[in-house]
Write a protein of this length. Structure first.
Length: 286
């Protein structure tokens, strides 16, 4: 009986060994980290108001002809929400509520930004990955905003709620409630459990700004010219911030056409050699 049992155990071991050799079993595979996100690119440059705007606020014929702008402007109402001390902005978050005149929805955007140092986009992507923004998260769109002298990596979560056509926005309290109801998890628990929820609840409206957006083309790329009339620093009037931009999914296309656009704008005397800070201006001045 004992001899039979030993033979049975021996055969079981032999059988298991054969199976392992045949299947090439190597033990548990290590968990692979998620890949970095792949960003698209948006080149944004500032235009000199005195050189591109007529006295009535319309675009001068030179810039209209140069970029093939033929349609009337699309109008938008844009506002941001943050606390009095700009706690969201300090953590790299912007919360935006927007209405396009010709659309039947409100657009809610939650954006996380990462500074890019010395053009090292990969370093920013790695940092973002460590904080949960990776290629596996399809709730956020990764983009590199590329201005005159700086780059910023951003991850945007966009949501929509029902509305009627026109520019009318809900009351600030109603807009804030919609933003709270659609708050993404990454922002909600950013620094601690419900940090984002509590911070947004203590935020107030910044704006609105009535934006005019013109559509044109540059080097075969869809190109926008936006006019942002932002409250002046002393509150007595408005400062027109004018931005020209194009988007592409390809880094080399962004690089070459950014250089071409800068050269063109400089030759026309239209370029302001500075980076656009329109979001910061809205947060600071309203």
């Amino acid at each position: 009986m004992k001899t039979s049992l030993r033979i049975t155990k021996f055969m079981s071991v032999v059988t298991l060994s054969a199976v392992l050799l045949a299947t090439g079993w190597k033990g548990a595979e290590p968990v692979q980290a998620a890949a970095n996100a792949t960003p698209s690119y948006e080149v944004k440059l500032l235009l000199d108001t005195a050189q591109v705007l007529n006295a009535d606020g319309s675009l001068k014929s030179g810039i209209v002809n140069e970029f093939g702008i033929s349609e009337d402007a699309q109008r938008l109402s844009v506002e941001f929400f943050d606390t009095d001390s700009l706690q969201l902005n300090d953590e790299g978050w912007n919360v935006r509520f927007r209405k396009k005149e010709d659309k039947k929805n409100y657009e809610l955007t939650y954006k996380k930004r990462y500074a890019i140092t010395n053009g090292n986009i990969d370093a920013a992507l790695i940092q973002a990955n460590k904080e949960g923004f990776s290629a596996s998260d399809d709730n956020y769109e990764a983009e590199v905003d590329w201005g005159y002298s700086k780059q910023t990596l951003s991850f945007s979560n966009d949501k929509k709620t029902n509305a009627s056509k026109g520019l009318a926005l809900p009351s600030p309290d109603q807009a804030l409630k919609q933003l709270q109801d659609n708050l993404p998890g990454k922002l909600q628990n950013w620094k601690s459990s419900n940090w984002g929820k509590h911070t947004l609840a203590n935020s107030r409206v910044r704006g609105p700004v009535q934006v005019s957006k013109y559509e044109g083309s540059f080097q075969g790329l869809d190109t926008d010219v936006e006019i942002w009339p932002i409250r002046s620093a002393n509150g007595s009037g408005t400062d027109n911030i004018i931005e020209i931009s194009f988007k592409t999914s390809d880094y080399n296309t962004a690089t070459s056409n950014r250089a071409k656009l800068i050269n063109l704008l400089q030759s026309k005397g239209w370029l302001i050699p500075a980076d656009s800070l329109k979001t910061n201006l809205v947060l600071e001045r309203y």
